[in-house]
Design a protein around this ligand. Structure first.
Ligand SMILES: [Zn+2]
Length: 414
């Protein structure tokens, strides 16, 4: 670990910490990005040097990486200190800062932006790489997702020699990318969004699906047998030996049970007994503000972030069946200006409940709900939304900047 750092790397680490602290003190976020940038200018190999000698896991995919990283960290902490980028600064600057801030941590759990996986494989020489899912982002089209899977496949072939891959057997793009690796542990982590994988990523032919099994009609690419899965009944993960590990998660939905399955699979590769790790996951109550519960005027709001089509579908699976639902949609730069992707999302599961629509693009959302036959009311902002529902539980689903706006309204800023 950092005991062996060169004088230049030590100096770079000191500057990194100072820059991050200054950024925090002046109220410009947690300082991860600026700190990392400063450190990497002084010592371009800083990430590599800080990662050396540690047991690293990288966690990547379109959805669930922040939560899975948090679960994995909680699990591995059963046996030692873990460096992690817990606030989602998931590019090399954020990774460098996470490692610099925890010089004594023997382990590192790093959430990795999909486009930086190759760079991190080279710099951090991870023991384990967890690949969750790939689906279109709000800014992408399906073709770009296949291109990303092809890039992963190539980078894993050249750079993942020493790593064990923990991969989602239910996502054909992930299976295709990971199947070039020597050591793969398959997890049945589910796929709520199948629209981007109707076609075989390997040969372009049609994929047949029978229940959870899928197979290419031409080249034979198919769903590998998973070693880890989410239990069909109750809230549990089933491990390789068929043993059940009960979950008592505070985070909702099948998606989070799948994230827990991946975390337990990763942690067991680090030598953590899953029976010891599973109860630790129930301590996670919110992740960078997601799933947080806030209260106003007798309404208890639970805040769900849904950044892309798959995320919206997953959030509908997470919400309780009865409470009113507030949907908030913006289309600022990081959200993508084009909201046409909402037509790829099926909103019919919301029919019959009280739905309140808000956000900059509330009228786009209103038209979409009209098409799906969902009754709704439109209001100007989250305050009006709160006034429009009776006291009690409220589920709030918002995309990125809409979510940040709502957090700001409740004075919750990271
Ligand atoms: Zn095929």
């Amino acid at each position: 670990m950092s005991a062996n750092l060169t004088p230049r790397a030590k100096f770079a680490t000191t500057l990194l910490r100072t820059a991050a602290a200054l950024s925090r003190a002046t109220g410009r976020g947690d300082g991860s990005v600026i700190g990392g940038r400063v450190g990497l200018i002084v010592e371009p190999r800083l990430l590599e040097l800080l990662a050396e000698g540690r047991h690293v896991v990288l966690i990547s995919g379109t959805n669930g990486k922040t939560t899975t990283t948090r679960f994995t960290t909680a699990a591995i902490e059963a046996i030692g200190k873990v460096a992690t980028n817990s606030f989602g600064a998931n590019m090399p600057t954020g990774h460098t800062t996470a490692l610099a801030k925890a010089p004594k941590a023997e382990y590192a759990a790093l959430e990795c932006d999909e486009h930086y996986l190759g760079q991190l494989l080279d710099a951090a020489s991870p023991k384990v790489v967890a690949l969750l899912n790939l689906s279109r982002d709000q800014l992408d089209r399906a073709m770009e997702v296949t291109a990303l899977a092809a890039k992963w496949r190539q980078t894993l072939q050249t750079s993942a020699g020493q790593s064990t891959i923990v991969a989602n057997a239910d996502d054909p793009l992930i299976v295709w990318a990971a199947s070039v690796c020597q050591r793969v542990v398959w997890v049945a982590a589910g796929q709520s969004w199948t629209a981007d994988s109707a076609i075989c990523p390997n040969c372009g032919s049609h994929l047949d699906r029978f229940g959870e099994f899928w197979r290419c009609t031409n080249c034979g690419l198919n769903r590998p047998s998973p070693q880890w899965s989410v239990a069909q009944e109750g809230e549990a993960v089933v491990g390789p030996d068929g043993r059940r590990y009960e979950l008592n998660l505070q985070l909702p939905g099948r998606v989070n049970r799948a994230n827990a399955a991946t975390a337990l699979a990763v942690a067991s590769l680090f030598g953590v007994d899953p029976a010891q790790a599973a109860p630790r996951l129930s301590e996670v109550a919110s992740v960078a503000g997601r799933y947080a519960k806030v209260e106003r005027e007798g309404r208890q709001l639970r805040l769900l972030l849904a950044k892309n089509p798959a995320g919206w579908l997953e959030s509908f699976d997470m919400i309780e069946p009865n409470p009113p639902v507030v949907l908030s949609l913006n289309a600022r730069e990081v959200d993508g200006f084009d909201t046409s992707w909402i037509y790829d999302v099926d909103f019919t599961s919301l029919a019959g409940r009280k739905v309140v629509v808000t956000g900059d693009r509330r009228t786009d959302l209103a038209v979409r709900l009209e098409v799906d036959g969902v009754d709704f009311i439109v209001v100007d902002d989250i305050r009006a939304a709160i006034a429009a529902v009776p006291p009690g539980q409220v589920e709030v689903v918002a995309n990125y900047t809409a979510f940040q706006d709502i957090r700001a309204e409740f004075n919750r800023v990271n």
